[in-house]
Design a protein. Structure first.
Length: 174
């Protein structure tokens, strides 16, 4: 890891600790009322590190990582409505999709809705089936869907003229 990478890694770890120790009300509710009720194993504020092999790396934080389902759950507050944050979310989703990880997004008000638990239960059941089908056919899951999704995301990034993602401190307001 180069000096630049160590600095970025430390910055990401700082944000991870801060976000983990200060969850939003929606994150607390989702943890307790949805994931707790479903009895699903999860990690809160999980880091994914991507390295280009040349000593440089970048990382992404996700709200909830469900390893048994290869699923990420993101809770979107008002900050996710900003253009810059949408681009960041799009690039992060593309990175995760390339790894075979599906991303599900809930807006904060949806977490407080009665139907959130049932919606999440349905998502988990569908995801189990998708992963099972992928193993039976010895294929990576979401081959056709993921390709069209990635193309749409890459087109969005190209249209916005994004070449490099801003650092975490710049594209998020805390």
């Amino acid at each position: 890891m180069s000096v630049y990478s160590k600095a970025k890694f430390k910055e990401l770890m700082y944000h991870k600790r801060r976000l983990s120790s200060n969850p939003t009300p929606s994150e607390s509710k989702f943890r307790r009322s949805v994931l707790g009720e479903l009895g699903v194993e999860f990690n809160f504020q999980k880091m994914f590190i991507e390295s280009n092999g040349g000593g440089d790396c970048k990382g992404y934080l996700v709200d909830f990582w469900l390893p048994g389902y290869k699923l990420v759950v993101e809770l979107d507050g008002k900050g996710h409505e900003r253009s810059r944050q949408r681009v960041y979310d799009c690039v992060r989703t593309s990175y995760l999709a390339k790894k075979g990880i599906k991303v599900v997004r809930f807006k904060n008000p949806e977490v407080w809705d009665e139907g959130c638990l049932e919606r999440m239960r349905g998502i988990l059941e569908d995801r189990k089936k998708e992963l099972r089908v992928g193993k039976k056919r010895n294929l990576e899951p979401f081959v056709s869907d993921r390709k069209s999704d990635l193309e749409a995301q890459e087109r969005f990034v190209r249209e916005k003229g994004v070449t490099v993602l801003p650092t975490i401190g710049v594209n998020r307001s805390f």
